[in-house]
Write a protein that binds this ligand. Structure first.
Ligand code: GLV
Length: 314
Protein backbone atom coordinates (compact mmCIF):
# COMPACT_ATOMS: atom_id res chain seq x y z
CA UNK A 1 0.00 0.00 0.00
CA UNK A 2 1.24 3.42 -0.96
CA UNK A 3 -0.13 4.87 2.25
CA UNK A 4 2.31 3.12 4.56
CA UNK A 5 4.52 0.97 2.33
CA UNK A 6 7.07 1.34 -0.40
CA UNK A 7 6.22 3.23 -3.57
CA UNK A 8 6.81 1.23 -6.75
CA UNK A 9 6.38 3.36 -9.86
CA UNK A 10 5.71 2.12 -13.37
CA UNK A 11 7.16 4.53 -15.91
CA UNK A 12 6.00 4.81 -19.52
CA UNK A 13 7.56 7.99 -20.76
CA UNK A 14 7.64 10.34 -23.67
CA UNK A 15 10.93 8.73 -24.88
CA UNK A 16 13.11 10.26 -22.16
CA UNK A 17 13.48 7.21 -19.90
CA UNK A 18 16.97 7.93 -18.59
CA UNK A 19 16.27 11.56 -17.75
CA UNK A 20 13.16 10.53 -15.81
CA UNK A 21 14.98 7.75 -13.93
CA UNK A 22 17.78 10.16 -12.95
CA UNK A 23 15.26 12.77 -11.83
CA UNK A 24 13.42 10.24 -9.65
CA UNK A 25 16.75 9.11 -8.15
CA UNK A 26 17.31 12.71 -7.03
CA UNK A 27 13.80 13.56 -5.87
CA UNK A 28 12.75 10.20 -4.39
CA UNK A 29 15.81 8.01 -3.71
CA UNK A 30 13.64 5.48 -1.89
CA UNK A 31 11.34 4.98 -4.90
CA UNK A 32 11.58 1.83 -6.98
CA UNK A 33 11.09 2.64 -10.66
CA UNK A 34 10.08 0.00 -13.20
CA UNK A 35 10.16 0.77 -16.89
CA UNK A 36 7.34 -0.37 -19.12
CA UNK A 37 7.23 -3.09 -20.44
CA UNK A 38 9.84 -4.71 -18.12
CA UNK A 39 7.74 -4.31 -15.04
CA UNK A 40 8.61 -7.39 -13.01
CA UNK A 41 5.80 -8.53 -10.72
CA UNK A 42 2.93 -6.20 -11.69
CA UNK A 43 1.15 -6.78 -8.38
CA UNK A 44 3.94 -4.82 -6.62
CA UNK A 45 3.29 -1.67 -8.62
CA UNK A 46 1.18 0.91 -6.79
CA UNK A 47 1.74 4.09 -8.83
CA UNK A 48 2.37 4.97 -12.46
CA UNK A 49 3.69 7.95 -14.39
CA UNK A 50 2.44 7.74 -17.93
CA UNK A 51 2.39 9.25 -21.37
CA UNK A 52 0.34 7.47 -24.07
CA UNK A 53 -0.18 4.13 -22.30
CA UNK A 54 -1.03 1.19 -24.58
CA UNK A 55 -4.27 -0.59 -23.56
CA UNK A 56 -2.44 -3.74 -22.37
CA UNK A 57 -0.39 -1.74 -19.84
CA UNK A 58 -3.18 -1.88 -17.28
CA UNK A 59 -3.88 -5.64 -17.72
CA UNK A 60 -2.19 -6.91 -14.57
CA UNK A 61 -1.85 -3.75 -12.47
CA UNK A 62 -4.26 -4.98 -9.83
CA UNK A 63 -2.74 -2.94 -7.01
CA UNK A 64 -2.33 0.36 -8.80
CA UNK A 65 -3.51 3.22 -6.57
CA UNK A 66 -2.73 6.40 -8.46
CA UNK A 67 -1.82 7.53 -11.97
CA UNK A 68 0.32 10.60 -12.69
CA UNK A 69 0.14 12.20 -16.12
CA UNK A 70 3.46 13.25 -17.68
CA UNK A 71 1.69 15.92 -19.71
CA UNK A 72 -0.37 18.89 -18.66
CA UNK A 73 -2.88 17.60 -21.21
CA UNK A 74 -4.37 14.23 -20.32
CA UNK A 75 -5.89 13.21 -23.66
CA UNK A 76 -3.13 10.63 -24.21
CA UNK A 77 -4.44 8.92 -21.05
CA UNK A 78 -8.16 9.46 -21.46
CA UNK A 79 -8.20 8.00 -24.98
CA UNK A 80 -6.80 4.73 -23.62
CA UNK A 81 -9.85 2.41 -23.50
CA UNK A 82 -8.57 0.43 -20.49
CA UNK A 83 -7.66 3.42 -18.30
CA UNK A 84 -8.88 2.65 -14.75
CA UNK A 85 -10.91 5.83 -14.35
CA UNK A 86 -11.98 4.91 -10.81
CA UNK A 87 -8.40 5.64 -9.67
CA UNK A 88 -7.14 9.14 -8.91
CA UNK A 89 -5.46 10.61 -12.01
CA UNK A 90 -3.15 13.50 -11.16
CA UNK A 91 -2.46 16.15 -13.80
CA UNK A 92 1.10 17.44 -14.23
CA UNK A 93 1.37 20.92 -12.78
CA UNK A 94 4.96 22.01 -12.41
CA UNK A 95 6.54 25.45 -12.60
CA UNK A 96 8.88 24.90 -15.57
CA UNK A 97 6.07 23.48 -17.71
CA UNK A 98 3.95 26.53 -16.94
CA UNK A 99 6.85 28.94 -17.53
CA UNK A 100 7.69 27.32 -20.86
CA UNK A 101 4.14 27.66 -22.10
CA UNK A 102 3.94 31.28 -21.01
CA UNK A 103 7.24 32.03 -22.81
CA UNK A 104 6.09 30.34 -26.01
CA UNK A 105 2.77 32.18 -26.14
CA UNK A 106 4.28 35.54 -25.17
CA UNK A 107 6.92 35.11 -27.87
CA UNK A 108 4.25 34.72 -30.54
CA UNK A 109 1.96 37.42 -29.17
CA UNK A 110 4.92 39.80 -29.30
CA UNK A 111 5.94 38.60 -32.78
CA UNK A 112 2.49 39.30 -34.16
CA UNK A 113 1.91 42.50 -32.23
CA UNK A 114 5.34 43.88 -33.25
CA UNK A 115 4.67 42.91 -36.90
CA UNK A 116 7.76 40.71 -37.10
CA UNK A 117 6.44 38.57 -39.98
CA UNK A 118 5.96 41.70 -42.13
CA UNK A 119 9.28 43.21 -41.03
CA UNK A 120 11.02 39.95 -41.92
CA UNK A 121 9.43 39.90 -45.38
CA UNK A 122 10.52 43.50 -45.89
CA UNK A 123 14.05 42.72 -44.73
CA UNK A 124 14.41 39.88 -47.22
CA UNK A 125 13.13 42.20 -49.99
CA UNK A 126 15.57 44.95 -48.81
CA UNK A 127 12.51 47.15 -48.41
CA UNK A 128 12.92 49.92 -45.80
CA UNK A 129 9.57 50.93 -44.33
CA UNK A 130 8.54 52.19 -40.93
CA UNK A 131 5.41 50.21 -40.11
CA UNK A 132 2.86 51.72 -37.76
CA UNK A 133 2.69 49.71 -34.56
CA UNK A 134 -0.03 49.96 -31.95
CA UNK A 135 0.95 49.95 -28.27
CA UNK A 136 0.19 46.81 -26.29
CA UNK A 137 -2.41 48.70 -24.28
CA UNK A 138 -4.51 49.01 -27.46
CA UNK A 139 -4.38 45.33 -28.39
CA UNK A 140 -6.80 42.76 -27.03
CA UNK A 141 -5.50 39.25 -26.52
CA UNK A 142 -8.13 36.55 -26.00
CA UNK A 143 -6.97 33.60 -23.93
CA UNK A 144 -9.08 30.48 -24.49
CA UNK A 145 -8.79 28.19 -21.52
CA UNK A 146 -8.21 29.57 -18.04
CA UNK A 147 -6.55 26.67 -16.29
CA UNK A 148 -3.10 26.90 -14.73
CA UNK A 149 -1.44 27.68 -18.08
CA UNK A 150 -4.03 30.14 -19.39
CA UNK A 151 -4.11 32.04 -16.10
CA UNK A 152 -0.31 32.27 -15.91
CA UNK A 153 -0.27 33.64 -19.46
CA UNK A 154 -3.08 36.11 -18.75
CA UNK A 155 -1.11 37.51 -15.79
CA UNK A 156 2.04 38.05 -17.86
CA UNK A 157 0.12 39.61 -20.75
CA UNK A 158 -1.53 41.98 -18.31
CA UNK A 159 1.89 42.89 -16.90
CA UNK A 160 2.99 43.79 -20.43
CA UNK A 161 -0.07 46.09 -20.62
CA UNK A 162 -2.11 44.11 -23.16
CA UNK A 163 -5.86 44.14 -22.78
CA UNK A 164 -6.62 40.58 -21.83
CA UNK A 165 -9.93 38.76 -21.99
CA UNK A 166 -10.53 35.12 -21.15
CA UNK A 167 -12.82 32.34 -22.29
CA UNK A 168 -13.69 29.26 -20.27
CA UNK A 169 -16.16 26.41 -20.36
CA UNK A 170 -18.24 27.32 -17.33
CA UNK A 171 -19.02 30.50 -15.40
CA UNK A 172 -16.67 31.84 -12.76
CA UNK A 173 -15.11 35.16 -11.89
CA UNK A 174 -11.40 35.72 -12.23
CA UNK A 175 -9.89 38.67 -10.41
CA UNK A 176 -8.91 41.46 -12.79
CA UNK A 177 -9.92 39.60 -15.96
CA UNK A 178 -12.99 39.95 -18.15
CA UNK A 179 -14.22 36.40 -18.60
CA UNK A 180 -16.59 34.97 -21.20
CA UNK A 181 -17.99 31.48 -20.88
CA UNK A 182 -19.96 28.82 -22.68
CA UNK A 183 -21.23 28.64 -26.22
CA UNK A 184 -23.49 31.66 -25.79
CA UNK A 185 -20.59 34.03 -25.10
CA UNK A 186 -18.09 32.62 -27.60
CA UNK A 187 -19.02 35.01 -30.38
CA UNK A 188 -18.64 38.09 -28.16
CA UNK A 189 -15.25 36.79 -26.99
CA UNK A 190 -13.99 36.08 -30.53
CA UNK A 191 -15.17 39.47 -31.85
CA UNK A 192 -12.86 41.18 -29.35
CA UNK A 193 -9.79 38.92 -29.76
CA UNK A 194 -7.20 40.52 -32.03
CA UNK A 195 -4.74 37.84 -31.02
CA UNK A 196 -6.39 34.58 -30.00
CA UNK A 197 -4.41 32.09 -27.90
CA UNK A 198 -5.90 28.60 -27.64
CA UNK A 199 -4.84 26.75 -24.50
CA UNK A 200 -7.83 24.48 -24.03
CA UNK A 201 -7.70 20.72 -23.57
CA UNK A 202 -9.04 18.40 -26.23
CA UNK A 203 -12.57 17.43 -25.17
CA UNK A 204 -15.85 16.67 -26.86
CA UNK A 205 -16.77 20.34 -26.44
CA UNK A 206 -13.55 21.90 -27.68
CA UNK A 207 -12.78 19.74 -30.71
CA UNK A 208 -13.11 21.83 -33.87
CA UNK A 209 -14.14 24.90 -31.85
CA UNK A 210 -11.94 27.10 -34.04
CA UNK A 211 -13.54 26.68 -37.44
CA UNK A 212 -14.81 28.78 -40.39
CA UNK A 213 -17.80 30.03 -38.42
CA UNK A 214 -15.93 31.05 -35.27
CA UNK A 215 -12.91 32.37 -37.20
CA UNK A 216 -15.25 34.70 -39.11
CA UNK A 217 -16.06 36.39 -35.77
CA UNK A 218 -12.45 37.47 -35.20
CA UNK A 219 -11.62 41.10 -36.02
CA UNK A 220 -10.09 41.62 -39.49
CA UNK A 221 -6.36 40.78 -39.55
CA UNK A 222 -6.45 38.80 -36.34
CA UNK A 223 -3.88 36.16 -35.41
CA UNK A 224 -4.34 32.70 -33.93
CA UNK A 225 -1.87 30.91 -31.67
CA UNK A 226 -2.59 27.27 -30.85
CA UNK A 227 -0.45 25.69 -28.17
CA UNK A 228 -3.24 23.60 -26.61
CA UNK A 229 -4.22 20.63 -28.74
CA UNK A 230 -4.30 20.27 -32.51
CA UNK A 231 -7.92 19.25 -32.77
CA UNK A 232 -9.16 22.55 -31.30
CA UNK A 233 -8.56 24.00 -34.76
CA UNK A 234 -10.10 22.84 -38.03
CA UNK A 235 -6.91 23.14 -40.10
CA UNK A 236 -8.68 23.30 -43.47
CA UNK A 237 -10.84 26.18 -42.27
CA UNK A 238 -7.82 27.96 -40.82
CA UNK A 239 -5.82 27.72 -44.07
CA UNK A 240 -8.86 28.98 -45.98
CA UNK A 241 -9.14 32.02 -43.71
CA UNK A 242 -5.41 32.71 -44.11
CA UNK A 243 -5.59 32.36 -47.90
CA UNK A 244 -8.64 34.59 -48.15
CA UNK A 245 -6.91 37.20 -46.01
CA UNK A 246 -9.46 37.31 -43.22
CA UNK A 247 -6.83 35.93 -40.84
CA UNK A 248 -3.40 37.57 -40.79
CA UNK A 249 -1.33 34.72 -39.42
CA UNK A 250 -1.12 31.69 -37.18
CA UNK A 251 1.42 30.10 -34.88
CA UNK A 252 0.72 26.41 -34.49
CA UNK A 253 2.56 24.04 -32.18
CA UNK A 254 -0.03 21.26 -32.22
CA UNK A 255 -1.84 19.61 -35.10
CA UNK A 256 -4.81 17.43 -36.00
CA UNK A 257 -2.31 14.67 -36.88
CA UNK A 258 1.10 14.46 -35.21
CA UNK A 259 3.74 14.29 -36.48
CA UNK A 260 2.41 16.75 -39.04
CA UNK A 261 2.16 14.82 -42.34
CA UNK A 262 4.97 15.77 -44.72
CA UNK A 263 2.47 16.85 -47.38
CA UNK A 264 0.66 19.31 -45.09
CA UNK A 265 0.62 22.91 -46.37
CA UNK A 266 1.19 24.05 -42.79
CA UNK A 267 4.93 23.25 -42.99
CA UNK A 268 5.57 26.01 -45.50
CA UNK A 269 2.54 28.30 -45.51
CA UNK A 270 3.82 31.89 -45.64
CA UNK A 271 1.44 32.98 -42.88
CA UNK A 272 2.02 30.03 -40.57
CA UNK A 273 4.76 29.64 -38.03
CA UNK A 274 4.81 25.94 -37.19
CA UNK A 275 6.71 24.15 -34.44
CA UNK A 276 6.63 20.38 -33.71
CA UNK A 277 4.74 20.24 -30.37
CA UNK A 278 7.57 21.79 -28.38
CA UNK A 279 5.84 24.80 -26.81
CA UNK A 280 6.49 23.42 -23.37
CA UNK A 281 7.75 20.06 -22.26
CA UNK A 282 7.51 18.71 -18.73
CA UNK A 283 10.81 19.20 -16.89
CA UNK A 284 11.60 15.91 -15.10
CA UNK A 285 13.48 17.35 -12.05
CA UNK A 286 10.60 19.63 -11.01
CA UNK A 287 7.99 17.07 -12.09
CA UNK A 288 9.52 14.41 -9.85
CA UNK A 289 9.61 16.83 -6.92
CA UNK A 290 5.90 17.52 -7.53
CA UNK A 291 5.15 13.77 -7.49
CA UNK A 292 7.28 13.25 -4.36
CA UNK A 293 5.37 15.99 -2.57
CA UNK A 294 1.99 14.62 -3.71
CA UNK A 295 2.86 11.16 -2.37
CA UNK A 296 4.15 12.64 0.91
CA UNK A 297 0.98 14.66 1.30
CA UNK A 298 -1.17 11.64 0.52
CA UNK A 299 0.64 9.68 3.24
CA UNK A 300 -0.23 12.45 5.65
CA UNK A 301 -3.89 12.13 4.75
CA UNK A 302 -4.12 15.04 2.33
CA UNK A 303 -6.02 14.73 -0.95
CA UNK A 304 -4.26 14.25 -4.32
CA UNK A 305 -3.67 17.57 -6.10
CA UNK A 306 -4.97 18.60 -9.53
CA UNK A 307 -7.25 15.63 -10.07
CA UNK A 308 -8.54 14.89 -13.56
CA UNK A 309 -12.27 14.45 -13.98
CA UNK A 310 -12.54 11.83 -16.74
CA UNK A 311 -16.24 12.59 -17.34
CA UNK A 312 -15.41 16.22 -18.09
CA UNK A 313 -12.54 15.25 -20.40
CA UNK A 314 -9.68 16.94 -18.54
C1 GLV B 1 2.12 18.59 -23.71
O1 GLV B 1 1.50 18.61 -24.72
C2 GLV B 1 1.52 18.42 -22.42
O2 GLV B 1 0.36 18.00 -22.33
O3 GLV B 1 2.18 18.68 -21.41
Amino acid sequence: MLEDGKAVMLLKTDARDKIWIDAFAQAMPELEVRLWPDMGDPSEINCALLWGPPPELFDALDNLEVIFSIGAGVDSLLTCPTLPTHLPIVRMVEPELTAGMVEFCLFHVLRFHRLMPQLETNRIARHWEELTQAPASEITVGVMGLGVLGMALARQLTALRYQVIGYRRGPGEVDGLEVFHGEAQLEAFMRRSEILVALMPSTQETRGLINSRTLSWLPPTAYVINAGRGDLVNERDLVKALDEGSLAGAALDVFETEPLPRDSVLWTHAKVYMTPHVASITHPPTACRYIAEAIDDFRQGKPWPNLVEPGRGY
